[in-house]
Design a protein around this ligand. Sequence first.
Ligand code: NAP
Ligand code: F7E
Length: 345
Amino acid sequence: MKKALLTGCTGQDGSYLTEFLLAGGYEVHGIKRRSSSLNTDRIDHIYRDVHECRTPFFLHYGDLTDASSLATMLHDIRPDEVYNLGAQSHVKVSFDIPEYTADVVATGTLRLLEAVRRTGLKCRFYQASSSEMFGSAAPPQRESTPFHPRSPYGCAKLFGHSITVNYRESYGAHASSGILFNHESPRRGETFVTRKITRALARIKCGIQSKLYLGNLEARRDWGYAPDYVRAMWLMLQQDTPDDYVVGTGEAHTVREFVELAFERAGLDWKEHVVIDPAYFRPAEVDFLLADCTKARRELGWEPTVTFRELVRIMVDADLDQVERQIAGGLDELRRAAAGVSTRA
Ligand code: NAP
Ligand code: F7E
């Protein structure tokens, strides 16, 4: 049985990749960082199966800022494949905490690569690179497009990307970088724009929120569906030769188009609810990202399976469903409390 080790297993991509690898017969080891509140929502359903169905999934405390924890895990687990997905991944936040972002995203990648090298493991390595490295480069962006990052996050990812290429060239590491364009899902973090929109409109529809505050509606992104993108990560590590691949849909839309389509799906008029708030504009914006993923299609046989319209529908429906269930759950709780029976001990 192959073993995989993931940083960022509690994140959007980490949760889908864990499911994907377990379904493919892997033993999966995930690194989670210590948090004062629970941070395993996205993988709790998998962890439940560990006890009921003996799923080979193991969680370990560790952190990309802590080299010794990474070295210990590599030494003890001896994985066949390492996927480095852990990151402070919010672009706007990276302007507020640039040093921390660089520590986790840039130096963290170096720490992990160096731990692999020093352990002498012959494992394959996946680096979660980002289209944010292209920044202001003219679209469409492909592997040969010069990088011009526009945020501390983009700069840190560019270091992570470059050091991965460097370990490949210097030490012969089987290290590949996926330069992934935006990918979303119902598990997307609540402060990224797509999920912020779908979550807010579900709350508006259910009468518990009235306004949605947004920044730049004119930015264009190439948005895909996250489960498709974790398949691309795995495909990269199955190649004989490590390489870098751009992964995206080849179609770009503005934030405004996402808003329009999402509100239309929920039967709401977005103009009545969306308010532009300068607080959500960035010191430097990335205006237009559009992937040319000819290489990934040709060499990996990878194709996206979900269109932009379908993605919006999936996310809107999931958030409407979640808010309705929360309201129903809250009412049940109130009824139980009124009857003198509480589920909260
Ligand atoms: P995400 O949902 O923000 O997940 C990030 C993960 O990193 C979480 O598990 C988080 O843990 C973990 N993490 C944060 N700080 C850490 C630290 N110091 N040490 C170890 N782990 C840490 O991100 P995602 O959307 O799944 O993206 C996965 C990776 O792909 C990230 O590297 C991201 O930068 C990159 N990427 C994402 C996209 C995209 O559109 N989604 C596109 C290109 C590249 P907590 O759960 O405890 O916060
Ligand atoms: O912003 C605009 C914002 O935060 C998209 C990360 O996964 O993808 C992601 O980075 C656009 C930007 O994603 C709001 O200005 C308007 O132009 O959803 P986002 P991102 O910055 O593209 C890349 C590929 C990654 O690697 C990153 O890890 O939407 N926008 N109004 C807004 N954005 C946010 N967050 N909130 C707003 O209110």
